[in-house]
Design a protein around this ligand. Structure first.
Ligand code: FAD
Length: 468
């Protein structure tokens, strides 16, 4: 086995965790390495919920940018999902979307997304990745600790269900994709390396979800209903069409507004939203499963990019690096973008893999994180500093949405940013500001002079560019 990492050097890569981030990482590693994926859960062929991924019973939207990245990694995967019953649609025209309580226009934005249960998405990805000649999935196998010699990780100690004693699997590269509960920080500490600094946003968000069969006129051809929580109403609801002609609903709430995971609790929560379609699904839909509940204590970002010392032969990806507020539907997309970053670095043959990988994905993760954090901090119960720039940005976004409810172009601009196709800066470009101001003043955008936004109306505060 080789002792270094790079595209010209074959060897063994071991991925810890066989969920989406792990499988997508395995897909790109297989171009260079023999890959073994260690997964704590038992083998699973059919789509469905499993113990290691309790979030799998809740609404999971794959953003348009994520769908594109999945397709780049696994060409044809979208069609496979559609053939398996997933529902495709325009991200804006086929969605009822009410950010900040304002309903966006139902016009085509040209971005399509595939709506399916997380179980179906994972099963399709797993089938494709494990069919690759260089990938082996070891189910019922728990990673216990890293094994290292001086500056380099050279294996993983693991235990399989069939064997009481632990063993060591040697590896040229280990990729930790074990999700929110990743133990890499403590493993690093045990090996004498610094642990990454963590940023936490304590959201204390609770989900309660159920799957229903509903008459066709309830969804009226829409693939998704998105009613995010707002500052004045810190509770919300998400619904999506999934395979099998079913509709999955997730009700969510911040402290004091949490959904109660009983049929009566769901009905009361749905009624309190004032969204007749959600209420109709929950009160008159035919329930197809038990109610699932999930609590997210905090969004967590681990700053591996800032570490001065990090062992060779180790990477971290997916929720193990950054677990976002799930209601913004960013996790699967970011995992796929991280896999694309890894693919490009492996192809370049750069031996300095970890620092480059962490630096490059910090750009992607940081942007997505800052947008989510700005949104979270509108919710009164979420603790955290609210500098004047952040308050200005949120005030601006309220103006934006108030205008977007009447404006096709603004609605499309938001859909593209929320789908991670366009950068967040786009929403504070002069062209957008001009449209918002025109709408707010009852003018045509052409009546607002061209040029730079003046000091009073300036919306560029650096916040969404990732500056602290
Ligand atoms: C309630 C909720 C709703 C969400 N909704 C969305 C959404 O709408 N859209 C979206 O894009 N994302 C959403 N997400 C995020 C999304 O689920 C994750 O980003 C995505 O699954 C990628 O996560 P991951 O693969 O990094 O980790 P996970 O999916 O958490 O998987 C970790 C894997 O590692 C395994 N494992 C853990 N420890 C060990 C060990 N020691 N040894 C071996 N295996 C181990 C686990 O069994 C599991 O399979 C949501 C998350 C939550 C909590």
């Amino acid at each position: 086995m080789s002792s270094s990492v790079g595209s010209s050097l074959a060897g063994r890569a071991v991925v810890l965790g066989g969920s989406l981030a792990g499988l997508l990482a395995a897909r790109v590693l297989a171009d260079t390495y023999d890959v073994v994926v260690l997964e704590r859960d038992a083998a699973q062929d059919a789509p469905g919920a499993r113990r290691g991924v309790p979030q799998g019973r809740h609404v999971h939207a794959l953003l348009a940018r994520g769908g594109g990245a999945f397709e780049e990694l696994l060409p044809g995967i979208s069609n496979e999902l559609l053939e398996a019953g997933a529902v495709g649609g325009d991200v804006l025209a086929d969605t009822t979307w009410c950010p900040h309580g304002y309903r966006l226009r139902n016009v085509p934005c040209g971005l399509r997304a595939v709506s399916a249960s997380r179980g179906l998405i994972e099963a399709a990805v797993r089938r494709r990745v494990t069919a690759l000649p260089h990938v082996k999935l070891w189910p019922s196998t728990t990673a216990l600790e890293l094994v290292a010699t001086s500056n380099r990780v050279c294996g993983i100690r693991f235990r399989s269900l069939s064997d009481d004693s632990s063993k060591v699997l040697a590896a040229d590269l280990i990729v930790d994709a074990t999700g929110r509960t990743s133990r890499t920080p403590e493993w690093l500490g045990a090996l004498g390396f610094p642990r990454p600094v963590e940023t936490r946003v304590p959201v204390h968000l609770r989900y309660a979800s159920r799957t229903y069969r509903v008459p066709a006129d309830v969804m009226r051809g829409r693939t998704a209903l998105v009613y995010p929580a707002t500052a004045r109403r810190p509770r919300g609801a998400l619904a999506q069409q999934i395979e099998g002609g079913r509709v999955r609903v997730s009700l969510l709430g911040y402290p004091g507004y949490e959904p109660i995971a009983t049929p009566e609790g769901l009905s009361a929560h749905a009624a309190s939203l004032g969204m007749p379609d959600i209420e109709q699904i929950v009160t008159s839909g035919e329930p197809l499963d038990d109610i699932a509940s999930y609590g997210v204590a905090a969004n967590v970002r681990r700053h591996y990019e800032a570490l001065e010392r990090f062992p060779e032969g180790l990477l971290v990806t997916g929720d193990a690096i950054c677990a976002f507020n799930p209601s913004y539907a960013q996790g699967m997309t970011v995992a796929a973008l991280e896999a694309l970053t890894l693919r490009n670095l492996l192809a370049s043959g750069d031996p300095n893999l970890a620092p480059r990988f962490f630096r490059q994905i910090a750009g992607v993760v940081g942007r997505v994180w800052m947008v989510g954090m700005a949104n979270d901090l509108q919710i009164p119960s979420v603790r955290g500093p609210r500098p004047v720039q952040l308050r200005a940005m949120n005030a601006w976004m309220r103006q934006f949405f108030a205008a977007a409810q009447h404006d096709d172009e603004l609605s499309v601009a938001f859909a593209r940013v929320a789908s991670l196709v366009d950068p967040p800066e786009r929403l504070r470009s002069w062209a957008i500001a001009r449209r918002v101001l025109a709408r707010r003043c009852g003018l045509s955008p052409y009546e607002i002079p061209r040029g730079r936004v003046g000091h009073n109306t300036r919306v560029d505060n650096g916040l969404l560019r990732g500056r602290p």
